[in-house]
Design a protein around this ligand. Sequence first.
Ligand SMILES: C[S@@+](CC[C@H](N)C(=O)[O-])C[C@H]1O[C@@H](n2cnc3c(N)ncnc32)[C@H](O)[C@@H]1O
Length: 232
Amino acid sequence: MRDFALTPRLRLLADWVPPGARLADVGTDHAYLPVWLRLHGRVVSAIACDLREGPLARARETGRTWGADGIDYRLGNGLAVVSPEEADTIVVAGMGGENIAAILSRAPWTAGGGHTLLLQPQTRAETLRAFLAENGYAIRREALVEDRGVIYPVMEAGRGEMTLTLGQLYGGAALLHDPLGDRYIIRKIIRLQTAVAGRNRSGEGGEKGDALREIITALLSMREEWRNANCP
Ligand SMILES: C[S@@+](CC[C@H](N)C(=O)[O-])C[C@H]1O[C@@H](n2cnc3c(N)ncnc32)[C@H](O)[C@@H]1O
């Protein structure tokens, strides 16, 4: 079989797709994930959708290049072009946490319990975690993956209830034993400290500054927990 390698980020997502799944990949761009999964016989069907013509043309091209069949390419916004019974596993990866939350909120059936959701925010993961906690979803597992120097969270979510602490919102819902957990938390802390310093310099400390400091304190104690759990 002619084949290509997925990047570590997409490979982790591929490994979390249940064997024999009927997949919908929202925001597919090059469609590397559905094409690879079809080539490897890991999914029985795939819907590859994207908001824009350009990425969808790239998706079709990848499918043609590698001779992948069983993929339906659709143009549309989020899950508007997928009906609930067409897929059991939904991937929304490689976009901002707010965008992923907006896509799920426009398809409330995703909280119904019949679908496995694999979510990978590039930014604002805390916005996505908060949305999930407030809208009847639970994160079943979460892992970090490093790809070209960036650490990305990957989440599997479904119907459920969960309460997250401030630290978990920013530092991950279930990353206490993740080998990359410490580095992920430290990077968050540094980013937040930079924001606080910037606000202080421009005399804009105020309530926002206090809120940022509260998050930093929560992350520092999470880091302590991570070290207690992982360092002998
Ligand atoms: C950076 S690419 C990610 C590609 C792939 N999912 C990955 O993780 O490598 C983001 C893609 O999401 C698409 N996109 C953004 N918002 C979308 C929406 N609301 N519905 C469908 N696709 C969307 C963009 O057009 C773009 O092709």
